[in-house]
Design a protein around this ligand. Structure first.
Ligand SMILES: [Ca+2]
Ligand SMILES: [Ca+2]
Ligand SMILES: [Ca+2]
Length: 391
């Protein structure tokens, strides 16, 4: 460096200082975020306000540019990612950066984004780096469910829709469904306690949701039934559902003979439209149970597997029976996979020529599925888009 150039640099430096000293309040304010911001995701908190402060006010406008960036929150889904400029008019020392939050009805994890100060005129960013964290805390109870998957036909030649529940209102229809409660340790050594709580069953976004939850080693779930409310003898029955998965999880869509309270099981007959063992989430089972007495209980059924490692938890499928005086055929996505005829019970009573009611439940544990372990995630849910009966 030449002496001449060094001298020029010193000159410029002293001129700058001299200029600054000409200002009456020449201090350069330092700009900082005093706090992070954390709110529940709801309508009152649709805008998160981040205070920004100057350590001293000046007689000049101070501006600071900023950028809003994702951490775990997703830009465009959870918050609006923006850049902007905040102005502190002369004489002021505080301002606010507003970040728009996207409020929805669905359960999410608590999620975070950051607001970063990127540059200033007439001020400096304190410490060279200032960022504030925004935490969007979950305020929702509804599980988000895809609407993708197989759709049933909406009519069948020669048959009429005689009943359906489309789950389009926001409550479980008491004209259609009632609850089995308790049941921990029922006949199959299941673990769950069935409740009527909205934590375990509710209707939202067009689906009935049955939710199995874990609390320590206690499990709650729900079991809905249409006994004395909606009972049918014969028909094409379509149930569109997404099924839960995992070791020890056991969803079922099934029917019992309406004479169950008087005749008992298995004499009343049981038609399992769909059962799935959560450790094999790509296969479902259709079964009948019958027998004049408990000791004479027999069952027969078939299974349907999805190819290529797909599971019934990924999207909707339609579980059906075609049930008439000649027998019962089970279908998944309109593909038949098992049938019985009305001779199937042999020398025992054939109970499948009587009205039956529906049961839908998610069991946790039991002799057949085994018990949850460290690989089982909770909550688990079965989403039912509709139940339709054609005759
Ligand atoms: Ca969100
Ligand atoms: Ca939400
Ligand atoms: Ca629906």
């Amino acid at each position: 460096m030449t002496q001449h150039f060094q001298f020029t640099l010193y000159l410029v430096f002293f001129m700058l200082i001299a200029c600054d000293k000409d200002e009456p309040s020449g201090a350069v304010p330092s700009i900082s975020f005093p706090i992070n911001v954390s709110h529940l995701e709801n309508d009152e908190n649709a805008v998160f306000e981040f205070p920004v402060v100057l350590n001293v006010s000046t007689n000049r406008d101070v501006t600071v540019t900023y950028e809003v960036k994702p951490i775990t929150a997703v830009a465009g889904e959870d918050f609006i990612a923006t850049t902007g400029t905040l102005i502190f008019p002369q004489g002021t020392a505080s301002g606010t950066i507003e970040v728009e939050i996207i409020v929805d009805d669905f359960i999410e994890k608590d999620e975070q984004f950051r607001v970063v100060l990127t540059g200033s005129s007439n001020g400096v960013i304190a410490g060279g780096l200032q960022e504030a964290i925004g935490t969007i805390r979950n305020d929702d109870t509804v599980i988000q469910v895809t609407s993708d998957g197989y759709e049933a036909a909406d009519s069948y030649p020669g048959r009429a829709l005689v009943w359906s529940d489309e789950f389009e209102t926001n409550q479980i229809n008491p004209q259609h469904w009632t609850y089995d409660l308790g049941a921990s340790g029922w006949g199959n050594q299941e673990l769950q306690n069935y409740t009527s709580s909205a934590e375990n069953s509710y209707v939202a976004n067009g689906n009935l949701m049955i939710v199995a939850k874990e609390n320590g080693s206690q499990y709650t779930s729900a079991r809905l039934k249409s006994i004395d409310l909606q009972e049918f003898q014969y028909g094409r029955i379509d149930v569109r559902a997404i099924l839960p998965f995992g070791q020890g999880i056991w969803p079922a869509i099934w029917m019992l003979g309406a004479n169950f309270p008087s005749s008992g099981w298995p004499a009343c007959g049981e038609i399992d439209i769909m059962e799935l063992i959560g450790s094999s989430p790509g296969s479902v089972h259709g079964t009948i149970h019958y027998g004049n007495s408990w000791a004479q209980h027999q069952f027969t059924g078939g299974s349907r597997y999805l190819s290529g490692g797909q599971t019934f938890a990924e999207e909707f499928h339609v579980f059906s029976i075609d049930w008439n005086e000649n027998g019962i055929t089970w279908l998944v996505d309109d593909q038949p996979f098992y049938s019985v005829d009305n001779n199937v019970t042999g020398n025992q009573n054939y109970p499948f020529d009587n009205p039956f009611f529906f049961i839908m439940n998610v069991a946790v544990g039991g002799q057949w599925p085994g018990y949850p372990n460290a690989t089982t995630s909770f909550p688990q849910f079965m989403a039912v888009d509709y139940v339709r009966v054609y005759q």
